[in-house]
Structure formats: structure tokens, C-alpha cells
Design a protein around this ligand. Structure first.
Ligand SMILES: Cc1ncc(COP(=O)(O)O)c(C=O)c1O
Length: 341
């Protein structure tokens, strides 16, 4: 259902508001100083998160960006390169943090839907000793800029194995890994095993107001805890927000509802604007529309949506991304499609 002010917001799954259950959990959370590891709510969240992805330990961080960047700092040295997809969030949408904080560059590949193949890894490593050293490969699953596509587990397993043969560490930006789980039925542990570390976000489709978590072996997480302190990410009585994240994590199975709604939205738009949506590419909670197919410019689309109380981001080039989440429903989809008709 739309927000209390009637706005249906399709810009991102980050726009959700805390549920009454989350607010109650936050109000009643036992807390302590988490920098001293004294916050029982944060400790519980870390244990539950590590267990959810089959890793030994976990560390609560304020944002997905911080989780990814701490992993990059841990796994690399200045002057090295990270092997990643050209459209990966860590490279393109984290404010240049890898260059600024870890002092690393990128070697990029351009596989379909965020994929990296074993051959891509071999090719990247072919000039080892001459080109900048590659020490880390980063996956992003689901892949945001490809429209929430799921990188198949077989691809991740095969390519991660090849990367490890070359001595690379592997990190997974699993901001939406539970969307991949919901879409594929493949358990989270199996995806997480493709990386030494994995971060996932409570503040995306899971619906919590704040926070992400990085999971991995206990000794790695202990060192990343130190790096978090250095980055100013020690949050003291963070149980106040971790309480909502616990509720979000426990409710992760509802993500399939967002996927069903995204398909409904995609089908309605494909019906109204033939050729405008490739339905095969709707795998999770995102719909990518060929904006040209609408036959209207962004100012007109924006005006129509605003008049109907609907929010959407502008297109990036010809690609227009709409995102479903717990705070939009079938009536909001009808409202969006109606406004464009
Ligand atoms: C794939 C992916 N990784 C990382 C992030 C970063 O998360 P945050 O906004 O919490 O820093 C995002 C945010 O949208 C994302 O989509």
C-alpha cells in the first residue's frame, strides 16, 4: 500500500518506511555500547545474519557502501586493481570510494546481466606481472544496473573457482542477495560460499530503515571491525536500529511478493507499450522499460505521474527503472500504468 500521504514511490526499494513491528522492536530494544561489543541487539543481529548466509561471523555497518568498501580495503593494497563488472555499484555508484580510500583501480568486464566468466578472469590475469596486480574480484547479485537480474549460481561457482585458482580473493556485493534467493530457490549459503566475504543490506527490499552487514570468516571480520572503527563506523547503542534490521531479516521470505508485483507491472506496461518491456528480464523486483517506447519525454511522464501521486526516477539514457517493494501494491501499479495511458 502507498504511504500515508498517498504517494506511491517506485524509485527504489530503499524508500520503504519501518513497519509497526519494527518501530515496536526499536522502542524496546536492549542496547549497550557496540564498540565494546556490549549491544545485545547488535550481537543477535550479527549472529543471525552470519547464520543466514552460512558464514562464521558478521559485522553491522551503517550502509551497503561502507560494507563493500571495508571489504575492498581488507582484500587489497593501494595500487592494485579490482576485477568487477563495468556496471557494478562498487565501481560506479559509491562516490569513487575505492580510489579515495583503498587507492585501487578497476579492471572491468561487460558480461550480460552482471556476469563475469572464467574466461574473463583468465584474460584479466594474462598480463599479471606487467599490468596492475588484481587482488580481488567483486560480484554483485542481484545486479542493480542490469535491472535486478540474477547471476546464475553455476556461473558464480565456476568463475569464483577460477578466480581462486588465480589467487584472487572474492567479495560479493549481495545488497539484494535475498532477492536472488527468492527468485531462484538457491539457498543463501550457496551464493555466499562463492565469496570470502559478502555484504547484504537490510535497508533495501528487506525494508529496515538503516543498515547493512558484512559476513565472513571470524578472523577476517575481526580485522574489518578495526577498519570500520577507522572509517568512523562504530555506532555505539546501535541496537536501536539493529532491532528493525532483525525484524526485516526474519521476514525475508516476503520478497517473492515484490517479484510478483514487478511482473504484474511489467506485463501491464508491455501491454500498454508493445515492445517497451522485455518480460524475460524481469527476474526480481525491478522492471526496465525502454523509455522511447512510451512516446513521451520525461517532463510529460513526470508531470503525469506527479498528478497521479506517483514517484519514479528519470530514465538513464533509454533505460527506465521502476522498483517494487513492500510499500507499493497492485492498486499503485494500476495507478502508475493508468497515469501513462
Ligand atoms: C547493488 C548495491 N550495492 C550497494 C549499495 C549501497 O548501499 P547503501 O545505499 O546503503 O550505501 C546499493 C544501493 O542502492 C546497491 O544497489
Amino acid at each position: 500500500m502507498a504511504f500515508a500521504d498517498g504517494i506511491a514511490d517506485f524509485r527504489s526499494d530503499t524508500v520503504t518506511r519501518p513497519t509497526p513491528e519494527m518501530i515496536e522492536a526499536m522502542a524496546n530494544a536492549p542496547v549497550g555500547d557496540d564498540v565494546y561489543k556490549d549491544d545485545p541487539t547488535v550481537n543477535a543481529l550479527e549472529e543471525e545474519s552470519a547464520a543466514a548466509v552460512g558464514k562464521e561471523a558478521a559485522l553491522y555497518v551503517p550502509t551497503g557502501t561502507m560494507g563493500n568498501q571495508l571489504a575492498i580495503q581488507y582484500h587489497t593494497n593501494p595500487g592494485e586493481e579490482v576485477l568487477a563488472h563495468e556496471g557494478s555499484h562498487v565501481r560506479s555508484i559509491e562516490g569513487g570510494a575505492p580510489q579515495a580510500y583503498a587507492g585501487v583501480g578497476f579492471r572491468t568486464v561487460s558480461g550480460e546481466g552482471g556476469r563475469i566468466s572464467p574466461d574473463d578472469v583468465d584474460a584479466a590475469m594474462a598480463m599479471a606481472g606487467f599490468f596492475p596486480r588484481i587482488s580481488l574480484m567483486v560480484w554483485e547479485n542481484t545486479h542493480n544496473l542490469s535491472g535486478g537480474r540474477v547471476i546464475p549460481i553455476e556461473v558464480m561457482e565456476e568463475t569464483s573457482a577460477r578466480a581462486r585458482e588465480h589467487g584472487l580473493a572474492v567479495h560479493i556485493d549481495g545488497a539484494r542477495i535475498f532477492n536472488a534467493v527468492a527468485a531462484s530457490g538457491v539457498p543463501a549459503e550457496r551464493w555466499a560460499a562463492c565469496g570470502d566475504t559478502i555484504q547484504f543490506c537490510f535497508s533495501k527490499g528487506l525494508g529496515a530503515p538503516v543498515g547493512s552487514i558484512i559476513c565472513g570468516p571470524a578472523d577476517v571480520i575481526a580485522e574489518i571491525r578495526y577498519l570500520r572503527k577507522r572509517m568512523g563506523g562504530g555506532m555505539r547503542q546501535a541496537g536501536v536500529i539493529a532491532a528493525a534490521a532483525r525484524v526485516a531479516l526474519a521476514g525475508r521470505e516476503r520478497l517473492v511478493e515484490d517479484h510478483v508485483l514487478a511482473r504484474k507491472l511489467g506485463e501491464a506496461l508491455a501491454h500498454r507499450f508493445p515492445g517497451g518491456v522485455d518480460l524475460d528480464q524481469i527476474e526480481t523486483n525491478m522492471v526496465r522499460v525502454d523509455f522511447e517506447a512510451l512516446g513521451m519525454g520525461w517532463p510529460e511522464v513526470k508531470g503525469r505521474l506527479e498528478a497521479a501521486g506517483v514517484k519514479a526516477n528519470p530514465p538513464m539514457g533509454a533505460s527506465w527503472r521502476l522498483v517494487t517493494h513492500r510499500d507499493v501494491d497492485a492498486a499503485d501499479v494500476d495507478r502508475l500504468v493508468g497515469a501513462l495511458s
